[in-house]
Design a protein. Structure first.
Length: 224
């Protein structure tokens, strides 16, 4: 017995395409299958359409990834530290939230490293950083230059964290492997590296320390 034909009208209607739908689909692919799987053709296939249809909403893969990064940053500007905390503590919280958001999805932190932030959510993060730096007493030029430095640090820290996550190797395992390698180095060739191997691999809250180094340096180094 032959299978009766199925009318096209009986198929579920496809969800209308939009930039938001394309971005959400891109994030789903990235989180499920990794960066190499994220292509315009793959996104189009997931949405049951042709790649050409996507270019109405996104210019290319780079534009898509920038939009995905901005989507990931959505919750960050609304990070709310406990009431009564000072501007430095609030800046720390904002930085940690930005790092976490950018590191959560493979490859997105590299997008932040290579472009001036222009997305709505990224600009809200920048705006919040500027407000906190001004609250800390910085002049306009120093605050403007400082926010570039802080955003770059957040992107670099997120890229490092994302690399650990992608390799399915936690940071402690990676540090232990590097420590073992350093332990075998010849002291005559690497005298300082071998002499300071202990402090180089000593545990501690380096993330907080790194942000404090930046903030302290910014406060003591006016621009211009």
């Amino acid at each position: 017995m032959s299978t009766p034909p199925v009318s096209r009208r009986a198929r579920p209607a496809k969800a209308p395409l939009s930039r938001e739908v394309i971005v959400r689909t891109g994030l789903d692919i990235l989180d499920r299958d990794g960066l190499d799987a994220l292509t315009m053709r793959r996104v189009a296939k997931e949405l049951d359409t042709g790649p050409a249809s996507l270019y109405v909403y996104v210019a290319n893969r780079d534009d898509l990834m920038a939009a995905m990064l901005d989507q990931a940053l959505g919750p960050v500007p609304h990070t709310a530290p406990p009431a009564g905390t000072g501007w430095r503590e609030r800046l720390h919280a904002l930085m940690r939230a930005a790092i976490e958001a950018m590191s959560r999805h493979e490859g997105l932190a590299q997008v932040a490293l290579g472009a001036i932030p222009t997305g709505d959510n990224a600009l809200l993060v920048i705006d919040r950083m500027l407000a906190l730096l001004k609250e800390g007493g910085l002049d306009d030029t120093t605050a403007a230059w400082a926010v570039d430095l802080l955003y770059l640090h957040a992107a670099a820290a997120a890229a490092e964290q994302s690399a650990y996550d992608t390799k399915a190797q936690d940071e402690q395992t990676a540090v232990a492997a590097a420590d073992a390698h350093f332990a075998a180095l010849p002291p005559d060739r690497y005298p300082m590296v071998t002499a300071l191997r202990g402090p180089l691999f000593a545990p501690g809250d380096r993330d907080t320390w790194g942000i404090d180094v930046l903030i302290n340096g910014i406060l003591r180094t006016p621009a211009g």
